[in-house]
Every structure is written in C-alpha cells, then in structure tokens.
Ligand binder design. Structure first.
Ligand code: ATP
Ligand code: MG
Length: 248
C-alpha cells in the first residue's frame, strides 16, 4: 500500500504514516481506537508544521539524558508505536540500555504476541509484558493499563511512553517514577503530568533520540545531569503551545 503514495505528493509523509497504521490495523497490531487517537495527534502535528520544533528537540535531548542516567529504564510499546517505528524503538532501547515492555490499553494476548514478534524480528533482546506470571496491577487505575510487568514498568525508575493514558501517567509519577512521554497534544493529562513531555510525532522523535543518544552516551554523568537540570518541562510545554497558536 505504502508504495502507492508518490513522494512528490505534498502530504506524502502524513499519508505514509496513515498507510502504516492502516496496514498495522489489517495485521492485527493496531486497534480502531488507535486510528482515532492518531487523528487527534495528526491535527496537532499539522499545526506544528509537521516538524520537530526547537523546543521538542530540547525535550528529546533531556529525555535521552534521563534514559542514560537511569538505573532501570524501560520503553513501553503499544500498537500504534509498533506499527510506526518498531525498528527505531529497538535501536533506542539498545543505545540507551532500556528494556522494552508491550503494554496495551486494549488488551489482547494475540496482539501482544504479534507486537512482540515484530520487535524480536527487529532484534529486540527481550520483550516484557507477555508473561502472565509476572503481571501486576497498579491499584488506582481503572483501565487495562493497570496491568504491568513486575520485572518491567513496575521495577523501573524511568518509563518512556507514547500515546499514553493520563490516568497511568499520573499514577506512575505518584509512585515516584520518572515518566517521559511523547504526545503531540500539549494539553493532555499525560503531557501535563509527565516529567519530560515531548510534543512531537513519534516517527520523528525516536530517530532524533537515537542520534542524540549516540552523541551523549560519550558524555560524563555531570554533563547529562546539568542538561536535565537546565530543562524546565512546564516552560517547554508552554513554548510548544505557543508554536501551535502561531500555526493557527
Ligand atoms: P490523556 O488521557 O493523557 O488526557 P487523551 O485521552 O486525550 O490523553 P488518547 O486518546 O489516549 O489521548 O490519545 C493519545 C495521545 O497521543 C493524543 O493526545 C494524541 O495527540 C497523541 N498522538 C497520537 N498519535 C501520535 C503520534 N504519532 N505521535 C505523538 N503523539 C501522538
Ligand atoms: Mg486518555
């Protein structure tokens, strides 16, 4: 399907993303709700000019520092993110030494296994969130996001999420965990509650973060700490919101 979109089409990159999600839907990775959630993100991306703003880039840099400084970091993968950037997510997990957990809002064993298979095909070392024996429940969450892997998200100090639900972000932060989120909507509860909020499209975020990681992995701990200390998440979200306003 993807090859049918002419690269010269003015909306090519946006249409390719749609095709990937439609393919993911047909392959049992993406749920219909995921397609709708993408629509909300796409509208914000349109207003941002479908590019990484300098504020998003700053947040991506701070996020890499946090992943590199964390003792146990984990990347939470859902249907949309697997359909859009499975290979890049695996690369990011390798360069930042983060584990990967499949965690779905609309739970299904078959879908989790399909996503895990795709990640493993892309050379993921191990994928958590599949074993019922290590499943744990976060008490104050009503959605299926409450189920996490006790060796994964539950046991991590930093959690990287995208297209996440506000309930769980708030709950994880309350538990003292650091949450990095990717959300094109700077007004969502996820965006507001996260420690680091990246207002950018996941398809640009992950390749950017891989490049940044390759540079920052050579830096010492104090350099990374200083970069994080100089990052103000609330201010950064506000700046992204102003960019959207300008887009309008
Ligand atoms: P919250 O529960 O945090 O208030 P929400 O319920 O409004 O959020 P969801 O329906 O859970 O939002 O959708 C997930 C979010 O993911 C949306 O805010 C949307 O902007 C964002 N999103 C969708 N596609 C992408 C993408 N490709 N890259 C980054 N963000 C995206
Ligand atoms: Mg929500």
């Amino acid at each position: 399907m993807i090859h049918k979109i002419a690269p010269t089409h003015p909306r090519a990159s946006s249409l390719i993303i749609r095709e990937k999600l439609v393919d993911g839907f047909k392959n049992g990775i993406v749920v219909p709700h995921g397609l709708i959630a993408h629509g909300r993100g796409e509208a914000f991306d349109y207003l941002l000019g479908e590019r990484t703003t300098k504020y998003a880039y700053e947040a991506e840099k701070a996020a890499v520092c946090l992943l590199l400084l964390s003792k146990k970091s984990i990347i939470s993968v859902n249907g949309n993110t697997a359909a859009l950037c499975a290979r890049d997510l695996v690369t990011l997990s390798n360069v930042t030494k983060s584990r990967i957990e499949v965690n779905l809002f609309h739970k299904s064993v078959a879908r989790s296994n399909t996503i895990a298979r795709i990640l493993k095909k892309e050379d993921a070392f191990d994928v958590l969130g599949l074993d019922d024996k290590s499943k744990m429940m976060i008490k104050d969450i009503s959605s299926n996001r409450k189920y996490v892997d006790k060796n994964g998200i539950m046991n991590s100090d930093t959690i990287f999420v995208a297209l996440e639900d506000g309930d769980r972000t708030e709950s994880l932060v309350k538990k003292g965990k650091k949450v990095i989120s990717v959300d094109l909507n700077p007004l969502s509860r996820t965006a507001i509650a996260s420690n680091i909020t990246i207002v950018d499209n996941i398809v640009r975020v992950i390749p950017n973060m891989i490049k940044i990681s390759e540079q920052l992995v050579k830096k010492d701990k104090y350099y990374l700490l200083q970069l994080i200390n100089n990052f103000d998440n609330k201010e950064n979200i506000h700046k992204s919101l102003l960019m959207i306003k300008e887009g309008i």
